[in-house]
Write a protein that binds this ligand. Structure first.
Ligand code: PSV
Ligand code: MN
Length: 432
């Protein structure tokens, strides 16, 4: 492989030197403020340094809508170039060492070779993702009318075999989970027999479940609509929970933040799934109207904080078997995907640290005294605390960039990639 541009560590250190003085000042000031509140800043910095979220392999390419896709410069053209970008993100933010792969978009010819390539760049693989929501070249049967729930058994078998293949690839890559999202549903009343479609789903998923290694989990991802606009088989967390319960202990429910109707109380869904021992993890993103796939924390940062409030509450309480998988699932249509993914990872770390600032005794006392304003004030005190110096310090100490966006822009990475990766010509599809 020809020599590819990489951001070197000395460059990050040089950039950090410019910011270190101000950061030390802000950090010390915040530390003094925290001491007055009885909080030790170093414990929060240690938590920030530990926080990790996986990036989606499909997120480093430019996304699009069903109308068009406007390709960005220097986009990665294969999974190796995607991993180069993922490792650049991690190099700067130091909280994204895992990558979630989508098959067959990123199907490796040689999974062992891919694992080695990833490992040499400090990356490893998180949950696998199957794709039976579109037809692949050379595929014998079509998913136009469904996959795991298709009325025709042979289509279902093809979709099951694809999921089993994803698990096989994931085993070589060192993954421990498989995420299944299907687009199956109907556009017309009467098109689907609701009960029979769900029965077929359970039967198909049962076969996929059987193929899971003992130490793996399968994640069921629900979504209320799209691509089917009238009815969707796995449409909400209730159905997801029912299916996960029917399948067994290795099946859990994955919450993609964009997959709910506007204004739905997602943090309560999260609490319910934690209580039932069925929270698989997340696809983080943000949305205004539907499954917009906007950057995490860009539209409803308070909601993101409230979700982390539930997660941290379970963490500090020591809820049994609580280990949710954190992943981003976003479509970057108008931004540089590397910038979006870096800043989204930072947003999650921010919410995580802020959630740790909640005075849980004060919150509990307010709840028990039916003091609604007191309870809200306990949450708001944490949410309005600017923890930026903590997460910047955590990044700097982990050899990342104190200001990842500034360092990335100053490095000229995208311009280098534009030269190394000439754009492929032709019209490509919209949504990723
Ligand atoms: C579906 O909208 C989804 O959220 C699923 O996770 C898919 O795997 C992914 O998006 C595809 O972009
Ligand atoms: Mn998703």
């Amino acid at each position: 492989m020809a020599e590819h541009f990489n951001i070197i560590q000395e460059f990050i250190e040089k950039e950090n030197r410019k910011a270190q003085g101000w950061l030390n000042e802000d950090y010390d000031h915040l530390g003094r403020q925290f001491r007055r509140r009885g909080i030790e800043i170093e414990s929060l910095t240690a938590l920030a340094q530990k926080f990790q979220v996986a990036v989606p392999s499909w997120g480093v390419g430019t996304g699009g809508t069903r109308f068009a896709r406007f390709p960005g410069q220097g986009e990665p053209r294969d999974i190796y170039e995607k991993l180069e970008d993922c490792s650049t993100i991690n190099q700067l933010v130091r909280s994204t060492s895992a990558v979630s792969l989508h098959i067959p978009w990123d199907k490796p010819e040689d999974p062992s070779c891919l694992k080695e390539f990833a490992g040499s760049r400090g990356l490893h693989f998180d949950a696998m993702n199957s794709n039976t929501f579109q037809d692949q070249t050379g595929q014998s049967l079509s998913y136009k009318f469904g996959s795991l729930t298709h009325p025709d058994r042979s289509v279902r078998e093809q979709a099951i075999a694809h999921n089993v293949e994803c698990i096989e690839i994931g085993r070589t890559l060192g993954s421990k989970a498989h995420t299944v999202w299907i687009g199956d549903g109907g556009n017309f009343p009467g098109q689907h027999h609701f009960r029979r479609a769900l029965e077929r789903y359970l039967e198909s998923m049962g076969e996929i479940y059987e193929a899971l290694p003992d130490d793996w989990r399968v994640f069921i991802e629900h979504k209320l609509y799209e691509p089917a606009f009238y009815s969707t088989v796995i449409n909400d967390w209730g159905i997801s929970y029912y299916c996960a319960s029917q399948l067994g202990p290795k099946a859990q429910c994955l919450v993609d933040l964009g997959h709910h109707a506007p204004n739905v109380n997602i943090e309560m869904i999260v609490a319910r799934l934690i209580q039932f021992g069925k929270l698989a993890g997340f696809h983080f993103n943000d949305s205004k109207y539907g499954d917009d796939d906007l950057d995490a924390g860009s539209i409803k940062p308070f909601q993101l904080f409230l979700i982390f409030n539930e997660l941290v509450d379970a963490e500090v309480e020591g809820v049994a078997d609580f280990s949710p998988a954190y992943m981003l699932d976003q479509s970057h249509n108008v931004t540089d995907p590397i910038e979006s993914l870096m800043l989204s990872a930072v947003e999650l770390t921010r919410s995580y640290v802020q959630a740790h600032l909640v005075d849980r005794n004060a919150l509990r006392e307010a709840q028990e005294k039916c003091d609604a304003i007191g309870a809200l004030a306990a949450l708001k005190q944490a949410y309005t605390t600017d923890v930026a110096p903590i997460i910047a310090m955590a990044r700097g100490r982990a050899n990342g960039a104190i200001d990842p966006l500034a360092a990335y822009r100053a490095s000229g990475y995208r311009n280098h990639k534009a030269k190394e990766r000439p754009a492929s010509v032709g019209i490509s599809a919209g949504i990723v």
